[in-house]
Design a protein around this ligand. Structure first.
Ligand code: C5P
Length: 397
């Protein structure tokens, strides 16, 4: 249910605008208040009268309307909303938002907003596949805009392909999830992510190639299903997931302390590439290179295995503990042994020695290993891996 939620619905100018009428009806039935904004072209497809009548509130359609600006300016319009939904999101509106244009009410509200934005793209398949549109979508995803659809199928223009707007029911479900009503609502999830840096001296450290992207995407995917996420990350390049409780650490020892202090969890995902060893006693001063002197020797000691200790906790063990196994040889055999050795429930095995870069790359190929056996997933983006994992977890809990 969306009781008392304010939805600012921006209707773009495309044939799919007729479906936004059904969306308004479903939102109203679910308890939400809908404030409709129509782009200039939208009125060519559905009448403002139908939209206003269904929403029970007048359509806003002009940027420079003195009455509306005096009563409720475009800034407040966006502030009062719990979420801004663009359906249909045309190629034009997508391009405007990706590039920060604001020359009409719809684009100005989008630029001025400080709330989550969800886009339901709808357009001809060639427009969808056009590199310019795909570039704009990449920008919007990087800006953490939520994108639902489009679906594949017959199009109003007689062609077939991707470009059909997501169905109103799908958009309603995505809005419900985005506003915290998702299937993992009330669940606490721990995600560790990124590399660790193990100091050698004040300027040097031991590290690895982990970018932290897979962990960040996992945190986002769990939040999208309504979970409360604690995100413990080493010094990673990837953008931090907005909305998670963020704990930044440098070393494996700090990560262990942060995990132990973070409380109890329903699910724990250990995506961090924790350094296996640290320098036994890091130097307080910079180690000097002195001609003729012997080369410095680094004595290594083993780091604590956080996944193992959490998996083997007597009380307070998370209901589902998930680890990663980045392997280069005998991937499945090593990963299966690792699951038993560490005592975790699931291992996501990935081959990091193949020709396609996983560590630091955008895509991943996972084999899920559990008590029930192995399940090979195809190559997909790290975001898709994260979504598939969150969905699997929601089914397993
Ligand atoms: O033993 P290995 O490092 O290959 O194990 C990989 C899994 O164990 C990953 O899920 C990683 O996050 C976790 N791990 C950990 N603490 C360590 C080493 C690995 O939590 N010190």
């Amino acid at each position: 249910m969306l009781t008392d939620k304010n939805i600012l619905l921006i209707i773009g100018g495309g044939i799919a605008a007729y479906k936004s009428l059904e969306l308004i009806r479903l939102l109203g039935k679910s308890g939400a208040k809908v404030v409709p904004v129509m782009s200039n072209a939208a009125a060519q497809f559905v009448t403002p009268l139908s939209v206003s009548a269904l929403a029970g509130t007048p359509v806003r359609d002009e940027l420079f309307n003195l009455d509306a600006e005096a009563e409720m300016g475009h800034i407040r319009l966006s502030r009062d909303a719990d979420i801004v939904v663009v359906a249909p999101a045309t190629a034009d509106l997508i391009a405007k938002l990706a590039n920060g244009l604001a020359n009409d009410l719809a684009s100005a509200v989008l630029l001025a907003g400080n709330k989550p934005v969800m886009l339901a793209p709808a357009m001809n398949v060639a427009m969808w596949e056009n590199p310019a549109t795909q570039r704009n979508l990449t920008t919007l995803r990087d800006d953490h805009r939520l994108i639902i659809g489009p679906n594949e199928g017959d199009m109003a223009c007689g062609e077939f392909g991707f470009g059909r707007m997501a169905e109103p029911e799908e958009i309603l479900a995505a809005i419900t999830t985005a506003l915290g009503g998702g299937v993992l609502r009330g669940k606490r999830v721990l995600v560790t992510s990124g590399p660790t840096h193990e100091p050698i001296d004040p300027v040097r450290y031991i590290a690895n190639r982990s970018s932290g992207l897979q962990g960040a995407e996992i945190a986002r995917a769990f939040m999208a299903l309504g979970a409360e996420v604690v995100f413990v990350t080493g010094p990673a390049d990837a953008a931090r997931p907005v909305g998670a409780k963020l704990i930044e650490v440098q070393t494996a020892l700090e990560m262990e302390a942060a995990v132990n202090a973070a409380g109890e969890f329903d699910v724990a995902v250990f995506a961090a590439a924790v350094a296996d060893w640290r320098v036994a006693s890091a130097s307080n001063g910079k180690i000097k290179k002195t001609k003729g002197k012997a080369l410095p020797e680094l004595e290594l000691v083993e780091n604590p295995d956080i996944l193992r200790s959490v998996s083997q906790r007597g009380s307070g063990r998370p209901g589902l503990v998930i680890g990663f196994a980045a392997e280069t040889d005998d991937v499945l055999e090593n990963a299966s042994k690792k699951r038993l050795r560490k005592g975790c429930d699931w291992i996501l095995a990935n081959d990091v020695g193949g020709p396609r870069p996983v560590m630091g790359g955008l895509d991943n190929q996972i084999t899920l290993i559990s008590e029930d056996g192995t399940e090979e997933w195809p190559w997909m983006s790290k975001r898709q891996v994260a979504e598939a994992l969150a969905k699997r977890v929601s089914e397993a809990l």
